[in-house]
Design a protein around this ligand. Structure first.
Ligand SMILES: [Zn+2]
Ligand SMILES: [Zn+2]
Length: 308
């Protein structure tokens, strides 16, 4: 059986099951509180059927690990489809909620603020573009950030990205969908995640941006693709570099799959990433996409830092 955390999108994970987590599950002890009385085990699927939470709609989620063609299948809720109706412990306040970030914590910590249309940095009310975008606009036409990169989102994203907390993916994807619903950005026509290099993907076991993209795409009835934009070079983390070296650092990091160049021609592309810090990575990926013939690029991130 696939772990629950891998469900929640119609697209498969970019790489199969995270083996470390599965191995760790062997050590979990389940305490049974029936006082020694025998209780007939109920298969989990039958239990969900009885509760009206059948998993049949999700049965394609974990199949075809190499198939990253257009998103398809019945659109499901990015909060986890039918799974979202199962109660969870909120990752922030540890209270019971419908998703991994409860409604109270969303209301408290995900307050919408005005953001620059080009780079999503916070701006005063009534301001459309920041000074940096007026003087030196990035190649992407629009940017969307769901939240600021502060508590609790920095911690949640850290767990999601570096500690395999894929159970947080639906809640983070849902933040982006909400931000898009409340904003005035055009609907995406083709969703691409910021890719990891092959070495980084092997090391981490999953691409956190794809984990967001594959949950967002079916909600917007839009294709998503993890193999069209490629990362051909690993780069040191941008935040460690002075601003004047950040653009040079990511130069040459991305390429388009040479056999599929024609698929980009004239397409409006939406790039997805978890965090935008300097903006140099997303700008470089946008530049490569536009150079390859994309009509326009917009960038969506869960969290945006306060300064570049
Ligand atoms: Zn909460
Ligand atoms: Zn800006």
């Amino acid at each position: 059986m696939q772990p629950r955390r891998l469900l929640g999108g119609t697209e498969p994970a970019q790489r199969g099951v995270d083996s470390d987590t599965v191995e760790a599950a062997r050590n979990l002890r389940i305490e049974v509180g029936h006082g020694g009385q025998y209780i007939e085990p109920v298969p989990f699927n039958r239990l969900l059927d009885r509760l009206g939470l059948s998993t049949r709609a999700a049965s394609g989620a974990a199949s075809g690990a190499n198939d990253n063609a257009a998103a398809r299948g019945t659109p499901r809720n990015a909060s986890g489809g039918s799974w979202s109706r199962l109660p969870s412990i909120c990752a922030v306040c540890h209270g019971w909620g419908a998703t991994r970030v409860c409604d109270e914590c969303v209301a408290r910590f995900a307050i919408a603020v005005p953001r620059c249309e080009r780079c999503a940095i916070q701006v005063p009310p009534g301001v459309r573009h920041c000074g940096a975008c007026l003087t030196d606009p990035p190649p992407h036409a629009r940017a969307l950030a769901a939240v600021g990169y502060g508590y609790p989102w920095n911690e949640l994203i850290g767990h999601f990205k570096f500690h395999a907390a894929l159970d947080l993916a639906p809640a983070l994807a849902h933040r982006l969908l909400e931000a898009h619903r409340l904003g005035d950005l055009p609907a995406p026509a083709l969703i691409l995640p910021i890719p990891l290099s092959a070495a980084r993907l092997r090391e981490r076991g999953y691409n956190q941006s794809w984990e967001l993209a594959r949950r967002i795409a079916p909600e917007l009835r839009c294709p998503a693709d993890a193999r069209l934009l490629l990362r051909v070079r690993d780069t040191p983390h941008q935040i460690a570099l002075p601003p004047d070296r950040r653009n040079a650092n990511v130069r040459g990091a991305f390429a388009i799959e040479p056999l599929r160049l024609a698929e980009l021609h004239g397409r409006d592309v939406t790039l997805i990433d978890d965090v935008m810090t300097t903006g140099a990575t997303l700008a470089e990926a946008s530049r490569v996409l536009l150079q390859a013939g994309a009509a326009s690029v917009q960038v969506w991130v869960v969290a945006r830092t306060a300064a570049r």
